[in-house]
Ligand binder design. Structure first.
Ligand code: NAP
Ligand code: MG
Length: 409
């Protein structure tokens, strides 16, 4: 008997190999087991062109309405794609458009398998990096200082009260300068998204700054995080035995190399740019990295794989070759979305389904059955033998078998 999912999930299909895999996953791993309404939006390049990208906006509105979205990877067009698809415009990245409409914070979440080597061997549990993708260096004003002169920081209040002025530096020759800012509202939204997400996955939180040097700027971030935690989250964290801690970014960089993982790490914009890539690489494969957008309302979640449409594999598939693209991150987009649906609807049987499926994926890999990207990592060779890896479809079939065996017990 199929498990009933009481409320709909918003599904977004995509492009190329990712979309082909998406179809296999839905047909073999989702539909046979779940009685569920999917509200599906076709975000393929062709349909975005046909609808003049209206479909992306409609999808974002539906995610907000229903609270849960699962998204397949999509093409972000460049000049070559404009020619390939005969596009009338170089449409923006759907991920960027949806994030712009929903707001929120992206969490990258690795899937850890015991036999897939990590660059940092002690990382036995996931580290989920959250980046505050607003302001700081990414919205800064830069200035080339050509010759001697005075650089000042001036704030002129709109209400006509006296301006505040600080001398930054008296240049006696050429140099460079930078002015950057952030907004209290954006920092507070970020803090809420981080704490809400950490509660939903049951992990403690670290937030890093360099407030010993930037006492006012980074100090403001630290203070707002502490306030929001104390007023809105402390009791829920305590009830679940979870903690929140602020750390200096340099302490954290050192701790990272010896920790075992198992936490959410909230980063300022520049730190998140650097460390989200480092963490993704450190866990082994793009095919094992998922990505979750948590909106500031603490309710709306969009889950997807962190990788793209895997164009190179799609071309090989079009030529009729055996494909061994890793479907695990895409499967986890579904299970993370379903787990969130279950929390919103309070349906423990759907939670159990998602957890059993995630365990089945990991157990399949740990039993030695895996796609080629993982065989390369596990066997330490760029050219593993044919017995060492499965095609995508065979791997999906093995996951289904294991899931059925595990659910029967
Ligand atoms: P990609 O699709 O992530 O693939 C880059 C390479 O990473 C692949 O060629 C493959 O390496 C490896 N790889 C990625 N996912 C894999 C998986 N699941 N299993 C096995 N190997 C995997 O990035 P891209 O080629 O730069 O981008 C292709 C298209 O995706 C672009 O049009 C881009 O706009 C789009 N994109 C979309 C998203 C999104 O929707 N979230 C994100 C990124 C990119 P090998 O070839 O060495 O096997
Ligand atoms: Mg980066």
């Amino acid at each position: 008997m199929r498990i009933k999912v009481t409320q709909p999930i918003v599904e977004m299909t995509g492009d190329e190999m990712a979309d082909v895999m998406w179809g296999w996953i839905k047909k073999q791993l989702i539909e046979p087991y779940l009685d569920m309404t999917c509200i599906t939006f076709d975000l393929s390049m062709g349909n975005r062109e046909r609808t003049l990208d209206r479909v992306t906006h409609e999808a974002a509105a539906a995610i907000r309405e229903y609270g849960v979205g699962v998204k397949c990877a999509t093409i972000t067009p460049d000049e070559a794609r404009v020619a390939e698809f005969g596009l009338t415009r170089m449409w923006k990245s759907p991920n960027g458009t949806i994030r712009g409409l929903l707001g929120g914070t992206l969490f990258r979440a690795p899937i850890v398998c015991a036999n897939v080597p990590r660059l940092v061997p002690s990382w036995r549990k996931p580290i989920m990096v959250a980046r505050h993708a607003f302001g700081d260096q990414y919205a800064a004003t830069e200035l080339q200082i050509p010759r001697a002169g005075v650089l000042k920081l001036v704030f002129e209040p709109d209400d006509g009260t006296r301006a505040e002025e600080h001398v930054i530096h008296r240049f006696d020759g050429p140099g460079v300068a930078l002015g950057m800012f952030n907004l209290e509202k954006s920092i507070q939204d970020f803090a809420r998204a981080v704490f809400a997400y950490a509660l939903s996955v049951g992990l403690p939180v670290f937030f890093t700054t360099k407030n010993t040097i930037l006492k006012i700027y980074d100090g403001q971030f630290k203070r707002l995080f502490a306030e929001i935690f104390a007023h809105e989250f402390a009791s829920q964290f305590a009830a679940r035995d979870l903690t929140y801690e602020h750390r200096l970014i340099d302490d954290m960089a050192a701790y990272l190399l010896k920790c075992e993982g198992g936490f959410v790490w909230a980063c300022m914009n520049r730190d998140g740019d650097v460390f989200s890539d480092q963490a993704a690489q450190g866990y082994g494969s793009l095919g094992l990295m998922t990505s979750v957008l948590m909106c500031p309302d603490g309710r709306t979640v969009l889950a997807e794989a962190a990788h793209g449409t895997v164009t190179r594999h799609f071309r090989a598939w079009q030529r009729g070759e055996t494909i061994s693209t890793n479907p695990v991150a895409s499967i986890h987009a579904w299970t993370r979305g379903l787990a969130h649906r279950a929390r919103l609807d309070d349906t423990p049987e759907v939670t159990r389904f998602a957890e059993t499926f995630e365990r089945a994926c990991i157990a399949t890999i740990e039993s030695g059955m895996m796609t080629k990207d993982l065989a390369i990592a596990v066997h330490g060779t760029s050219n593993p033998s044919r017995e060492q890896w499965l095609s995508t479809q065979d791997f999906i079939t093995e996951v289904a078998k294991r899931f059925e065996a595990d659910s029967a017990t």
